[in-house]
Design a protein around this ligand. Structure first.
Ligand code: URA
Length: 192
């Protein structure tokens, strides 16, 4: 079996997961979207309402924002990226995922990473940074700087939902900063 087939099989297994309480309230397990051979992995926090309904990550308003941020640096969200979340099931009322939910879900993400072997990881928002890197620091202090782990270049960025609440594109504002961060990602991607 190719690693690509293994990844698709993993998606199938993940859709049956009942390892935490979120499985009781979800409509769909939201495993991933994008290219299963992509070099860029994007990790968000967890599914929202639209994601829970459709079974795909980042399809709601935050997803549209993520898409346009990526496209502004000529990264194709579905061709160049594989997109997933820290937790694969929607936390009720979009609350932050609990530590036990994150821990129960993490083996799926670990397997996704092992099969995808991304060269670049974009961590969208502080929950993703905290859960993935086990660093509890404000995203404003983490974003924009590469972190290298297991030979993978990791770029923390503001969560796209935050950009929705902060629409100014002026230099120094969150949207502009995210654009700078993604330009770094694009340069690294072009260098692979
Ligand atoms: N926010 C996330 O972090 N992930 C999604 O899939 C949608 C919104």
């Amino acid at each position: 079996m190719t690693t690509n087939q293994e990844l698709l099989l993993l998606h199938k297994d993940c859709r049956k997961c009942k390892s935490c309480e979120l499985s009781k309230t979800r409509n769909n397990v939201v495993v991933a979207k994008g290219n299963s051979k992509a070099k860029i992995l994007i990790i968000g926090e967890g599914p929202g309402e639209q994601e829970d309904i459709t079974g795909f990550p980042f399809v709601g308003r935050a997803g549209k924002m993520l898409d346009s941020a990526l496209m502004s640096v000529e990264i194709d969200p579905l061709e160049d990226c594989y997109i997933t979340n820290i937790v694969k099931c929607r936390p009720p009322k979009n609350r932050k995922p609990l530590l036990n939910e994150i821990n129960s879900c993490m083996p799926w993400l670990t397997k996704q990473i092992n099969l995808l072997s991304p060269k670049i990881i974009i961590l969208a928002g502080s929950t993703s940074v905290e859960a993935f890197l086990e660093i509890k620091k404000p995203i404003s202090k983490m974003r924009g700087e590469w972190i290298i782990k297991d030979n993978i270049k990791i770029m923390p960025i503001f969560h796209p939902s935050y950009l929705l609440r902060s629409p100014s594109k002026e230099p120094g504002k969150p949207k502009w900063l995210t654009w700078q961060d993604l330009k770094k990602v694009k340069a690294a991607f072009d260098n692979l």
